[in-house]
Design a protein around this ligand. Structure first.
Ligand SMILES: Nc1ncnc2c1ncn2[C@@H]1O[C@H](COP(=O)(O)OP(=O)(O)O)[C@@H](O)[C@H]1O
Ligand SMILES: [Mg+2]
Length: 440
């Protein structure tokens, strides 16, 4: 095979393994999460238990949902802003074969010439001509009530999953869903509800519905462990017949901030670099080495990262006067291993980056505006003097952006030589152990 073809094949294969922009669907490429999967499986077989998966954006909630429901009778509905109880459950109903749902009046209880009474029923015509009729009272538009849903589903052995639940903004929908969960649990229904969405707690997603808390198993999803990030990077090694040097693996862990999205992206970037060099007749290669391939991986990642992260970063650092202070504040926050960074430590880092004493007064304005709309609210003030990135994924983005600039730009001047390892940059800036600014 010629080099052009080889490079093309390598790129195509790597795109099947590393999937930065889509949730995992194939168990082969799903790393770790053993504890969470076990917990979900156990609770799915427990009567009256339903499940809620919550965590930051991009930690792997949808992937976990996909794998946990694989080979089970399940239906995943992706919520959108305009959804309500009816739009969601009509989809669920269709999924159990209810292709015709109508309300009609039928006469019940007529015996021996007695007239009986007219009752309204909702009739769901199923696939095999089976019709399910459920009585209801009240207006027809209110027919899809939690009561009705419970009756329609309770003997169905199915998992009804609602992904991107945070998009629902109608409290009434959440209240009705909570009622369904309660009714399912009380009736010992086989149907299971799984709620998946962004949040720090169950409260963020379903609000104050204390009555159902004991019916719901909470699965809080954190970022991946270092080992799981390593598994992502290494998942392509056998198939692609290329190994990642230890240093590259360490950099993927550090740059990705343990977000799987960035681990996929940087691994892909490494392979893209290998493929480009094979195409330029510089190969063959059986090892991804840091110096040769990682600079391109950083470039590749910046170019491929979702636009909103990049745009928000650019909006935050732009400066009419060409001052690098906004960028340096963000770099200081990104290099720090702590989630929340104190303004004093940020200043120390900026002083080191600028090799001068940046006065306190120079700091007040820029750090204050980084929490404002005009700088895309990139930072958030948490408590007195502490800052963090509003979007947890931003930290990894800024790390990658600064890493990309590093070999050619200001930190390089400081270090005296190009080194992309964040570890080296931190050490050079003495950020591991912050102390007083020099030259104060
Ligand atoms: N356990 C995992 N193993 C490997 N890759 C994962 C895993 N979990 C998530 N990913 C990857 O991380 C990215 C984000 O995953 P996703 O499930 O969409 O997150 P969320 O739903 O929390 O936003 C995707 O690129 C996905 O392929
Ligand atoms: Mg998702």
């Amino acid at each position: 095979m010629n080099n052009h073809k080889l490079a093309k094949l390598l790129k195509a294969r790597s795109l099947e393994i590393y999937t930065p922009s889509s949730p995992i669907n194939n168990e082969t490429f799903f790393q770790g999460r053993k504890r969470e999967l076990k917990c979900i499986t156990e609770n799915l077989s427990m009567a009256g238990k339903h499940i809620i998966i919550f965590g930051d954006r991009g930690v792997g909630k949808t992937s976990l949902l996909n794998i946990a429901t694989k080979n089970k009778n399940s239906f995943i509905y992706r919520c959108s802003t305009g959804d309500n109880f009816k739009t969601i459950f009509l989809e669920f109903l269709k999924n159990i074969g209810a292709h015709k749902i109508e309300s009609k009046s039928v006469r019940r209880g007529s015996v021996k010439g007695k007239a009986g009474v007219n009752v309204k029923v909702l009739s769901i015509e199923g696939e095999k001509g089976r019709t399910l009729e459920i009585e209801y009272r009240g207006a027809a538009e209110q027919k899809l009530t939690p009561h009705f849903i419970t009756a329609a589903f309770q003997d169905k052995d199915i998992i009804l999953a609602l992904d991107e639940f945070e998009r629902l903004n109608n409290p009434k929908t959440k209240k009705m869903l909570a009622e369904v969960i309660k009714k399912f649990s009380d009736a010992g229904a086989k149907t299971k509800i799984m709620i998946v969405g962004i949040g720090d707690s169950i409260m963020d997603l379903i609000g104050e519905h204390k009555s159902i808390v004991r019916n719901i198993q909470q699965v809080k999803l954190d970022r991946l462990s270092e080992e799981e990030i390593v598994s992502i990077a290494r998942s392509g090694e056998k198939i692609l017949k290329i190994t990642f040097e230890k240093e590259v693996i360490e950099m993927i862990i550090d740059y990705s901030d343990r977000f799987p999205h960035f681990a996929h992206l940087l691994s892909l970037g490494c392979i893209d670099s290998v493929a480009n060099r094979i195409e330029r007749e510089e190969g063959p290669f059986d090892k991804v080495t840091a110096g040769d391939f990682f600079p391109h991986a950083l470039d590749y990642a910046v170019g491929m990262i979702e636009e909103s992260l990049g745009n928000n970063y650019l909006k935050a650092i732009r400066s009419e006067q060409g001052s690098p202070i906004f960028k340096h504040i963000l770099w200081a926050c990104a290099l720090d291993v702590r989630t929340e960074v104190h303004i004093k430590d940020i200043r120390i880092a900026v002083c080191r980056l600028q090799k001068r004493n940046v006065k306190k007064a120079e700091f007040v304005y820029p750090s204050g505006t980084l929490v404002k709309e005009k700088r895309s609210k990139i930072l958030r003030k948490t408590s007195r003097g502490y800052y963090k990135f509003s979007n947890p994924m931003m930290k990894a983005y800024v790390r990658i952006a600064l890493g990309k600039d590093n070999p050619h730009a200001e930190i390089n001047g400081y270090l005296g030589k190009a080194d992309m390892r964040l570890k080296t940059i931190r050490a050079a800036l003495k950020l591991q152990k912050p102390d007083a600014p020099t030259g104060a």
